[in-house]
Design a protein around this ligand. Structure first.
Ligand SMILES: [Zn+2]
Length: 424
C-alpha cells in the first residue's frame, strides 16, 4: 500500500506475536507457502526492477499456471518502464528500471458474457532495502519483507484463482499481480493505459492489499460507494461471512484500485487495516493471521463470483471528490516533504480524523497529540476526513508551524506543531 506513508504511521494495538501464534489453527499449506516464498529474505523485499522482484514474477507466473489460469493475450508478463523521475528511482540513482505485472486469465463459461471481465488485483512489489517509503528511519539497507504488504494479498488472490478455476463463472476473470505499487501505483496505472482487455468491458476491479492482519473480525472494504449496487451486495455476502464489516468510501485510496477508479470503473479495496509493522522491517510472515487470511480469501471468492455471474450491470458512481495525486504515475506525491507523524484510524470518525497513535519523536508527539485525539483542523484547513488532512499537510512545507485543532473527549484544544521532513 502506498501514500499512507505521507502521514507516517506507528501504533501498538496488536497482541504480542506469541499470542497470535497460539490462536492459530492449521492453515492451508499453499497459502502459507506462497507468503513464505515471497517474504523470505532471498527475495530482498521485491523492489520493482530488482532481481528479487523478477524472481517473484517468475514464481507467480508458475503458480498462476499451476492453479489453472491461462496467460493473458500477450503472455504472463506485462512490462513497463519506471522513469528516472520516480522518487524511489531518483533516490537510488539507478536510472530507469523495468517493472512487470503478472497477468493470468480464467475465461468465462458464458458465450456472451465471457467478453466482459472482472479484474482481481494485488501488488507483489515492496520496499526492497528500505529508504524510500520505509517508516523505520534507521532501516536503510535492511530487507523489508512485506509479508502483509502485500504477500498476503497475492496469496489470497492465488487461492481465489485456484478455487474459481475449478468452476469458472460466466464472465472472464483477469488476475493481475501488479508491480510498481509502492513507487506510486505505477503497474496499475500502466495497465489502465494499456489494458489487455478493454476497460469498457471491465465490470469492476477488486483489489487485495494488506489482508493478512485480521483483528477482532474487522474487515474494511473501501470503494463501497463506487457503484450503487455495492453496499447491498457486500451486506448480503457478509451475512454469511460474519465480519465486523466497514464498507465505505469512494474509489480513491492509497493502492491500485485508485487507477481503475480514475478510469471510471467501480472498484473495491479489501483491507485488514494498518498495524505497527506497516512499511517496517518487522512485516514478516510469522505475524500473519492465517485463519483470518483464509476468511478474507473466502469472502473475496464470493465477491468475485457474484460480480462475474451477475446478470445486471453495475452503476458507476463518480463521487465529487478531487482525485488525489496518487493516480499520477512517476510524479511523486506533492508535499512529500511535510511530515507530522500521526497514525490515523482508517475507518474514520465523525467530523475529523481520529488518531490511533503518534510516531515516537515525531512532530505530532512533540506537539502533544496522542491516540484518540480527533483532528478537525490543520492551519486554515478543516479536516473532516483523511483526504482533507493529507491535502492540508501537503499545503505546508517542512519547518512550518501550524495550529492543529483537536477534539479530545468533551474538550477542544489547539496545539502547535512544527512540521518535519519525511525521511530526512
Ligand atoms: Zn505498502
Amino acid at each position: 500500500m502506498w501514500r499512507i506513508v505521507l502521514l507516517g504511521a506507528v501504533f501498538s494495538l496488536l497482541p504480542a506475536a506469541g499470542r497470535l501464534q497460539a490462536q492459530r489453527s492449521p492453515e492451508p499449506p499453499r497459502l502459507l507457502d506462497d507468503i513464505r516464498f515471497l517474504s523470505e529474505d532471498q527475495l530482498q523485499g521485491r523492489m520493482t526492477g530488482s532481481p528479487g522482484a523478477d524472481s517473484a514474477a517468475a514464481y507467480l507466473a508458475r503458480r498462476f499456471s499451476q492453479v489453472g489460469l491461462q496467460p493473458a493475450a500477450g503472455g504472463w508478463l506485462q512490462s513497463f518502464t519506471v522513469g528516472r523521475d520516480a522518487p524511489a528511482v531518483r533516490q537510488t540513482n539507478s536510472g530507469a528500471v523495468v517493472g512487470r505485472n503478472v497477468i493470468g486469465i480464467l475465461p468465462g463459461r458464458d458465450r456472451v458474457l465471457r467478453n466482459q471481465t472482472v479484474v482481481l488485483g494485488a501488488h507483489y512489489d515492496h520496499l526492497g532495502f528500505g529508504g524510500f517509503g520505509s517508516l523505520d528511519p534507521d532501516s536503510n539497507g535492511l530487507v523489508h519483507n512485506g509479508a502483509d504488504d502485500n504477500a498476503s494479498g497475492i496469496a489470497a488472490l492465488i487461492q481465489v484463482a485456484a478455487r474459481l478455476a475449478a468452476s469458472p463463472p460466466a464472465r472472464t476473470v483477469v488476475f493481475i499481480a501488479f508491480s510498481g505499487e509502492e513507487l506510486g501505483l505505477l503497474g496499475s496505472a500502466y495497465y489502465v493505459k494499456q489494458p489487455i482487455y478493454p476497460l469498457a468491458q471491465t465490470l469492476a476491479m477488486v483489489n487485495l492489499d494488506m489482508v493478512g492482519r485480521l483483528r477482532n473480525g474487522r474487515l474494511i472494504v473501501y470503494g463501497a460507494r463506487s457503484a450503487k449496487e455495492f453496499p447491498a451486495l457486500l451486506d448480503s455476502l457478509n451475512w454469511y461471512a460474519g465480519f465486523d464489516l466497514k464498507a465505505q468510501g469512494d474509489g480513491y485510496g492509497p493502492s491500485d484500485h485508485s487507477s481503475f477508479y480514475a478510469a471510471k470503473r467501480p472498484v473495491l479495496h479489501v483491507f485488514t487495516d494498518l498495524h505497527e509493522d506497516y512499511h517496517r522491517t518487522t512485516d514478516d510472515w510469522q505475524k500473519v493471521n492465517y485463519d483470518g487470511l483464509k476468511r478474507v480469501a473466502d469472502f473475496t471468492l464470493g465477491l468475485v463470483t457474484a460480480l462475474a455471474d451477475r446478470t445486471s450491470p453495475l452503476t458507476f458512481v463518480d463521487l465529487p471528490t478531487v482525485a488525489p495525486q496518487a493516480v499520477r504515475p512517476g510524479s511523486g506525491p506533492p508535499g512529500y516533504g511535510a511530515y507530522l507523524g500521526t497514525v490515523p484510524d482508517m475507518t474514520g470518525a465523525p467530523g475529523g480524523v481520529r488518531l490511533v497513535g503518534v510516531r515516537a519523536g515525531s512532530p505530532a508527539e512533540k506537539a502533544g497529540l496522542r491516540g484518540d485525539d480527533i483532528i478537525t483542523r490543520i492551519g486554515s484547513k478543516e479536516t473532516p476526513d483523511l483526504q482533507a488532512m493529507t491535502d492540508a499537510l501537503r499545503s505546508h512545507k517542512p519547518g512550518d508551524t501550524v495550529e492543529i485543532l483537536v477534539r479530545r473527549g468533551p474538550a477542544v484544544t489547539t496545539l502547535r506543531a512544527t512540521l518535519g521532513e519525511r525521511g530526512g
